[in-house]
Design a protein around this ligand. Structure first.
Ligand code: DX5
Ligand code: ZN
Length: 220
């Protein structure tokens, strides 16, 4: 994984009645990844989609499925999401009794491993596993819903992650997720994020002009 900016639109803000068309449209509009938010009504106070839906979307695009699991306990579902077609499987450290084992389970499936920190979760929680992951997802809102306000206080943590991975000369994606808009995306990039997740901005700004919105997020 590299330092080039990648845009990962969150389909949480898509029209769920035509999810397939929305994913195809995102690919055409220049998305790098497709960010898929999986919520269980327990780890977070909202419910979304499961492996069956991802399986149906899988044949529609070759784009990387960036699957953000907000489910607990997470281990029992890793195989299902892998089989459904996830490429990156991201979990929250609080959602497993054994972080190391969860990383192993994802690797055993041949998938890329992502680990995510909620706004109040400390970097120390994951620090000793950094060498074994492909992506670190910094949440810039409390997980659970799209359309919330960006929390600038997570930028310090983003900078620290960037410092650590540079020092160790690791090739790890730093992804930022939540409340990203045309203004704050540059501060996220400056802090070290190279994968930008966005739901509401991509689907709602400029009358939902996906291509334009992805382009602005990429260059701003
Ligand atoms: C929140 C999700 C985010 C969310 C982003 O729990 O992880 O991916 O959909 O949506 P916006 O860009 O609207 O904050
Ligand atoms: Zn997400």
């Amino acid at each position: 994984m590299s330092n080039l900016i990648k845009i990962s639109p969150s389909i949480l803000s898509a029209d769920f009645s035509k999810l397939g068309d929305e994913v195809i449209a995102l690919e055409k509009a220049g998305a790098d990844y497709i960010h898929i938010d999986v919520m269980d009504g327990h780890f977070v106070p909202n419910l979304t989609i499961g492996p069956e839906v991802i399986k149906k979307l899988r044949p529609l695009t070759k784009k990387t499925f960036d699957v953000h699991l907000m489910i607990s306990p997470v281990d029992n579902f890793i195989k299902d999401f892998s089989k459904a077609g996830a490429d990156i499987i991201t979990f929250h450290p609080e959602a497993t009794p054994d972080i190391s084992n969860t990383i192993d389970l994802i690797k055993k499936e041949g998938k890329k491993v992502g680990i995510s920190l909620k706004p109040k979760s400390k970097l120390e929680l994951i620090e000793k596993y950094i060498d074994r992951v492909d992506l670190i997802l910094i949440m810039s809102v409390e997980p659970g819903f799209g359309g919330q306000k960006f929390m600038p206080e997570v930028l310090d943590k983003t900078k620290k992650v960037k410092e650590i991975i540079d020092k160790k000369e690791l090739k790890i994606d730093i992804e930022i997720d939540g409340g990203i808009n045309f203004e704050n995306c540059s501060s996220a990039k400056k802090a070290g994020a190279n994968v930008i997740v966005s739901g509401s901005t991509i689907f709602r700004e400029n009358q939902g002009d996906l291509k334009k919105n992805i382009g602005i997020l990429r260059t701003n």
